[in-house]
Design a protein around this ligand. Sequence first.
Ligand SMILES: NC(=O)C1=CN([C@@H]2O[C@H](COP(=O)(O)OP(=O)(O)OC[C@H]3O[C@@H](n4cnc5c(N)ncnc54)[C@H](O)[C@@H]3O)[C@@H](O)[C@H]2O)C=CC1
Ligand SMILES: CC(=O)C(=O)O
Ligand SMILES: [Mg+2]
Length: 371
Amino acid sequence: MKIAVPKEIKNHEYRVALTPSVVRELVARGHRVAVQASAGEGAGFPDAEYEASGARIEQDIDALWDNAELIVKVKEPQPEEVKRLKPSHTLFTYLHLAAEESLTRGLMDSEATCIAYETITDEEGGLPLLAPMSCVAGRMAIQAGAHSLEKAQGGAGILIPGVPGVAPAKVTVIGGGVVGENAARMALGLGADVTVLDKSLERLEVLDHRYQGRLNTVYSTADALETAARESDIVVGAVLVPGAQAPKLITRKMLGDMRPGSVLVDVAIDQGGCFETSRATTHADPTYVVDGVVHYCVANMPGAVARTSTQALTNATLPFVLALADKGWQGALAEDPHFLKGLNVHAGHITHPAVAQAFGLDAVDPKSLMA
Ligand SMILES: NC(=O)C1=CN([C@@H]2O[C@H](COP(=O)(O)OP(=O)(O)OC[C@H]3O[C@@H](n4cnc5c(N)ncnc54)[C@H](O)[C@@H]3O)[C@@H](O)[C@H]2O)C=CC1
Ligand SMILES: CC(=O)C(=O)O
Ligand SMILES: [Mg+2]
């Protein structure tokens, strides 16, 4: 299989889809890997390491895309990348389509086969290719929140742990999955007063047991959300309905009840965000203020810690990339129903029900493509 690794072009995105170690595994199986010149530099993997692993370094972007069968990326294709896709391509990357209709339409028009990391499932009901980046983003959410609470950033001027004689900050995390648990863990580590809200009692039970009374767990209702908004210094948005747009849980009206200088960190922004006033921001300009409340809404948070994130991401994607390369998309997806859940778009059709529902379109059952 001819595999291409483009250099990521999203704002301040320094991750790369394959490390030299992964390239080595692919080349050992007889695959040909082309890596765009300097694609790995931001994550600390120079071209020479890829060459030593058997990759060809490609300077010409047109040739890189044109000659590829399988394109492996990190972030959703940007408009100039969508234009390069063609029906013979298999694209494997994060897509987050429910948040972006124009991207969805662009991928449909390309007629390429587009497999999303974030909708692949596992036996335990988890999302194994989202989890490593959720782990990173959850941990970063508290760093981002702590920084945003500083006065110079528009925050209330609160130090998360407080000091002797001064109470710590109150941190509420909405959604106690991978992002939520990692955010809660970091906030606890800093000495915050931490509450996790979730709709899943099972999840709250797991967290209660794991954190042995150090964490407050609250079932997520409209009342609980209003209380969280009123009383918290930082609210982290960490909900997910896989493939779908995030529900808007903190409304504009509720901002009026928040203390000035409080902070909303919307990690769920890549699925459209779970606060009504959220709009995607970039690492270059990560925050803005609405009604006195600081919003941090960066859609590619792990890109800022590209070295850690690239290693964590490729640990998880490796078996899937090998399966696609060895068997082709039909072979790999036909024998793994969890991998098949990753198929979002094929030959102009949407193949994920939650994505189709987000735009009032019909979904084609991916099983019907496996014949
Ligand atoms: N901004 C960024 O850079 C990144 C964003 N993310 C995003 O973070 C979000 C969370 O991801 P994960 O933690 O991996 O998902 P997850 O599936 O592990 O956890 C989501 C949790 O939300 C809960 N939930 C769903 N609807 C809810 C509601 N209405 N009220 C309260 N809780 C609700 C679920 O029960 C679940 O426990 C996703 O949108 C993901 O794409 C992940 C990584 C990086
Ligand atoms: C999951 C995601 O959006 C990211 O890692 O950038
Ligand atoms: Mg995005």
